[in-house]
Design a binder for this molecule. Structure first.
Ligand code: GLU
Length: 421
């Protein structure tokens, strides 16, 4: 039987499996199996050739029992409502595990941003916000950047929303540029948070990071900063990286600046000039200590999980490991740190940004990192503690299941207190 790779089906199956283990109330499960609200919009954009093109976008508010919806907006040619639904569910669990006062949401627009110019992207970003209107807001649903969206787009979006309401509303969106309501440290916060988790995971498995080798799948925002932090702060050696076109492997370690140059001049890390060219699939199976999937969903599946040689898998992307792969990795003793813990640094610093916008008082980068470390290390400990408690009853659960149990438990408790069931 082929494995189900519809991301929303995966998200539902993960929830159902955790719900059974934790004995979740049936009514709570029913509410949590579906999003609260799905909005589809069609956005007309004047293209540079003078024609108008229609783009379809979505915004899904999955659950707002613990606070307003929170989650990024993706610009991707293969965006689908099911992907956005899944990601909005994962945002719900991510915010609950981090114990920040947000629910979960996500947005996406079907488009190929690489083939669009600046004016078209501005028009699309503003059009998306106009179409959503008051269905977003600092007390309703707060978007942020994600795959192929950036701080400039968040600035346009904030500006458009402010025009709609008639006053400056910085808190409507996070991931904005510093100086326009953005927070210090937001840009590299996803990778920074992931590296705090890596520090704790390595401690737990007795791995000396200074002597470790790392393979990173994806050389976007998260993957690039992860490379810098893993080598610069942890002293680890990154031996392989990849992008959508393929990867490069050098057991002696890769040079970050040379990779950046190669990516800039040739459009892919494969232009590096040294080492061995590999595929994205080969990267997953490399003999390294730590594997960091930092690209898209469904990269480690039932097909290749048995061949993963890393001792730690650090899920910096959203949804890179399927449920079946999670089970296989757990059985094989690979410490797989789930996405909604590992990449929660982004939304945690988004929370700081929102707080700073509401206060009108901005923190130093040092403050941001310290508070991020405190929150994400607390989440890691909550997860490990839950695993230990279950182990005491003779029940072995994976880190992902433990993370679900913590997060779903918190959302269910909020729904119960609100009287939703
Ligand atoms: N897009 C990021 C994520 O998937 C950040 C979301 C946010 O800051 O709201 O967690």
């Amino acid at each position: 039987m082929t494995e189900e790779l519809n991301p929303f089906k995966i998200a539902q199956a993960e929830l159902a499996s955790a719900a059974e283990i934790m004995g979740l109330d049936k009514a709570a499960l029913q509410i949590l199996m579906e999003p609260k609200r799905i909005i589809t919009v069609n956005i007309p954009v004047r293209m540079h050739d003078g024609n108008v093109k229609m783009f379809t976008g979505f915004r899904v508010l999955y659950n707002d029992a613990r606070g307003p919806g929170k989650g990024g907006i993706r610009y991707h040619p293969e965006e689908s409502v099911d992907t956005v639904k899944a990601l909005s569910a994962w945002m719900t669990w991510k915010c609950a595990l981090a114990n920040i006062p947000f629910g979960g949401a996500k947005g996406g627009v079907i488009c190929d941003p690489k083939s669009m110019d600046e004016a078209e992207l501005e028009d699309l970003s503003r059009g998306y916000i106009r179409a959503l209107g008051r269905n977003i807001g600092p007390r309703v649903d707060i978007p942020a950047p994600d795959v192929y969206t950036n701080p400039q787009m968040m600035a346009w979006m904030m500006d458009e929303y402010s025009r709609i309401v008639g006053y400056d509303e910085f808190g409507v969106i996070t991931g904005k540029p510093v100086g326009l309501g953005g927070s210090e440290g937001r840009f590299d916060s996803t990778a920074m948070g992931g590296m705090y988790v890596l520090r704790e995971a390595a401690k737990l498995s007795g791995i000396d990071l200074g002597k470790s080798s790392i393979a990173i799948q994806g050389f976007g925002n998260a993957g690039m900063f992860a490379f810098e932090i893993a080598t610069g702060i942890h002293g680890a050696k990154v031996v392989a990286v990849s992008d959508s076109r393929g990867g490069i492997y050098d057991p002696d370690g890769l040079d970050y600046n040379k990779l950046l140059e190669a990516k800039k001049s040739t459009g892919t890390v494969q232009g590096y000039g040294k080492g061995q060219k590999i595929t994205n699939d080969q990267l997953i199976e490399l003999d390294v200590d730590i594997l960091i999937p930092a690209a898209l969903e469904n990269q480690i599946t039932g097909q290749n999980a048995g061949n993963v040689k890393a001792k730690i898998v650090l899920e910096l992307a959203n949804g890179p490991v399927t449920l079946e792969a999670d089970r296989i990795l757990f059985e094989r003793g690979v410490l797989d740190m789930p996405d909604f813990l590992v990449n929660s640094g982004g939304v945690i610093v988004s929370y700081f940004e929102w707080v700073q916008d509401i206060d009108g008082y901005y923190w130093t980068q040092d403050d941001v990192y310290k508070r991020l470390d405190t929150i994400i290390t607390r989440s890691f400990n909550d997860l490990i503690e839950t695993q230990k408690q279950y182990a005491k009853e003779g029940r072995k659960i994976s880190p992902r299941t433990a993370a679900y149990i913590v997060a779903v438990g918190r959302v269910a408790k909020a729904m119960k207190s609100r009287g939703w069931y």
